[in-house]
Design a binder for this molecule. Structure first.
Ligand code: GLV
Length: 326
């Protein structure tokens, strides 16, 4: 009998089809996993879960007694209760590495788009409003030779620093859990306290994972510390920022503009005030979403899943302690 697997949210089609040949895979999208009967029925006998953004908490795990592995198709794993998974000896995996450059490209694109007001000016041209001389109100702000402060200097933070330093001659500041000598050497990055970074950066880029320590990291006090001309970019998770404080900082011109790939609620509510602001550039959480990288992420997640189902060590296991306890 084929092993039962749940695929959830997003798994690229060729990868899903391949898994469906080998396992009894049911794909769920756009359901409420807490109450969907078909989902809960399949979960009872599933040995693996693969997908994006499924909240795997105590309650869900209590209904999944056969589960061996949860394979996230994302680098972030704030949707997983790692402690509970580990307690139950269930492996958890993510997809680091394969998306690093793609996310860095997106974040840098968002930074430039916000500074140079690209979406706003695109609309200006396409809506046939460009009928005379340009005025200072259409000007943007330089990116090159400015100071970027990167909060979270992991793989993606370093790829952003690389673009900033080598591509745009920017001065790079960073704040991270630990110092990163390789970033200091390769991109002339300077480690500083969060306060120093916020005070001295023209661009503040948040790219830290969402953890208990980073939830609500940037709020009223932090926006007040930023320059009035600062541009804030969030490529991490919506919950690393207190969104109502961001809205207020933009409304009161505490900061100049924001570029956001992530929101506290996703999809973002249609009445969110951020959607009304010209100086805010928004994306629908597409940091890693290129054809090439989405496929690579699904492939790596499938590799992880299959290793876990076969009792082997998945290539990018998050909680190796599971193995020691076996
Ligand atoms: C995207 O946000 C990811 O965590 O991969």
């Amino acid at each position: 009998m084929k092993k039962k697997v749940i695929a959830y949210g997003r798994v690229e089609k060729p990868v899903l089809e391949d898994l469906q040949r080998k396992y009894d895979v049911k794909f769920f999208k756009g359901i409420n996993p807490k109450i969907d009967e078909a989902f809960l029925e399949h979960l009872k006998e599933s040995e693996g879960i693969i997908g994006l953004d499924l909240e795997v908490d105590k309650k869900l795990l209590a209904q999944a007694p056969m589960l061996k592995i949860v394979s996230n198709v994302s680098v972030g794993y704030n949707n997983l209760d790692i402690e509970e998974l580990t307690k139950r000896k269930v492996m958890a995996t993510n997809t680091p590495g394969v998306l690093t450059d793609t996310v860095a490209d997106t974040i840098f694109g968002l930074l430039i788009a916000t500074a140079r007001r690209i979406p706003e000016l695109d609309y200006f041209v396409k809506s046939r409003k460009w009928n005379g001389e340009l005025e200072p109100k259409h000007y943007g702000i330089d990116v090159h030779h400015k100071t970027v402060g990167i909060i979270g200097m992991g793989r993606i933070g370093q790829a952003i620093a690389q673009r900033a330093h080598h591509g745009f001659n920017m001065n790079v500041l960073y704040h991270s859990r630990s110092k990163k000598p390789e970033a200091e050497k390769n991109f002339s990055a300077t480690y500083c306290s969060l306060n120093e970074l916020l005070t001295n950066s023209d661009y503040v880029v948040l790219i830290t994972p969402l953890t208990a320590q980073t939830r609500g990291l940037i709020g009223k006090r932090e926006f007040q510390l930023m320059k009035q001309s600062a541009i804030f970019i969030n490529g991490s998770r919506g919950d690393t920022v207190i969104e109502k404080d961001l809205i207020e900082a933009l409304q009161t011109q505490e900061i100049a503009a924001a570029g956001l790939d992530v929101f506290q609620q996703e999809p973002v509510a249609f009445d969110n005030p951020l959607l009304e602001m010209k100086n805010v550039v928004t994306l629908p959480h597409v940091g890693s979403s290129t054809h090439e990288t989405e496929l690579k992420m699904s492939q790596l997640a499938a590799k992880n899943l299959e290793a876990g189902l076969n009792g082997n060590i998945p290539p990018t296991l998050i909680n190796p302690i599971v193995l020691k306890r076996n």
